[in-house]
Design a protein around this ligand. Structure first.
Ligand code: NAD
Length: 255
């Protein structure tokens, strides 16, 4: 399945890569020759099939647990590419938003990226080359109601990314966000019932009047399109792209 060699010899950790966007990014990096470390939850047989397909390593650390992240990063050792992608959503009005869901979303969508980054940066600096890509969201640039924790975490990861880009600007290590609009993955499917409840809508109304209403193209973004953008940002030609937040949202944030 290898297509290119632009990332040959590079070792990449992609968090949340057993599903959706992370899996597509892992496939895209592998297709350019990178060695991939997978992370995420799921059915053990399905994970093993993905691991075998990509000739990858797998580490199942729970990224809501700082100690588990530390153990994972120590076990993995030096990496050249870090993709902080694992994330979760919960949809509810702020006064009904369960505090434990708030804590979980901030821990996974934001704090986990701080921990992986702080462990990955010294090795990247030593090599004089590195790529940090954070899967943010259109919700890092704009907001929708009933997603208080998610929107807060995504705005914050965008600020974190800009900060580390500046800190690392002269080291050969870049840091960027990719901000997808609605991508058809289990994360989106999973929020449809709660959105139906929060807004009093049918499934079709949620898909057409809430989700696709945001995207002028009226199409869901495909995970492979996000994978291709991530692979580009890892190439040597992208060495001067840092501190950027790349929208891939069918025109959503242009409005
Ligand atoms: P997904 O639910 O398909 O995948 C999430 C991944 O994270 C899975 O591999 C899952 O096992 C893993 N994960 C969940 N909890 C974890 C934990 N505690 N520790 C380790 N791994 C864990 O979701 P997706 O849609 O592919 O989302 C991936 C990223 O893209 C998220 O950060 C999400 O916020 C972002 N995003 C998604 C969309 C979209 O429309 N799907 C849009 C914008 C941004």
């Amino acid at each position: 399945m290898l297509k290119g060699e632009a990332l040959k010899g590079k070792r990449a950790l992609v968090t949340g890569s057993t599903s959706g966007i992370g899996l597509a990014i892992a496939r895209a990096l592998r297709a350019e020759g990178a060695d991939v470390v997978l992370n995420g939850f799921g059915d053990p047989d399905e994970i093993e099939a993905i691991r075998a397909e990509l000739g990858a390593e797998y580490n199942g650390a729970n990224l809501m647990d700082a100690d588990a992240i530390a153990a994972m990063m120590e076990q993995i050792g030096t990496i050249d590419i870090l993709v902080n992608n694992a994330g979760m959503q919960h949809v509810a009005p702020v006064e009904e938003f369960p505090p434990e869901k708030w804590d979980a979303i901030i821990a996974l969508n934001l704090t986990a990226a701080f921990h992986t980054t702080r462990f990955a940066v010294p090795g990247m600096k030593e090599k004089g080359w590195g790529r940090i890509i954070n899967t943010a969201s259109a919700h890092s640039l704009t907001a929708s109601p009933f997603k208080s924790a998610y929107n807060a975490s995504k705005h914050a990861i965008a600020g974190f990314t800009k900060t580390i880009a500046l800190e690392l600007a002269q080291t050969g290590v870049t840091a960027n966000c990719i901000s997808p609009g609605y991508v058809w993955t289990p994360l989106i499917e999973g929020q449809i019932p709660d959105t139906m409840k929060a807004r009093g809508l049918t499934r079709e109304q949620v898909i057409n009047d809430v989700l696709l209403a945001k995207q002028p193209t009226k199409k869901f973004v495909q995970p492979e399109e996000v994978g291709a953008l991530a692979a580009f940002l890892c190439r040597n030609e992208a060495g001067n792209i840092t501190g950027s937040n790349y929208s891939i949202d069918g025109g959503w944030t242009a409005e």
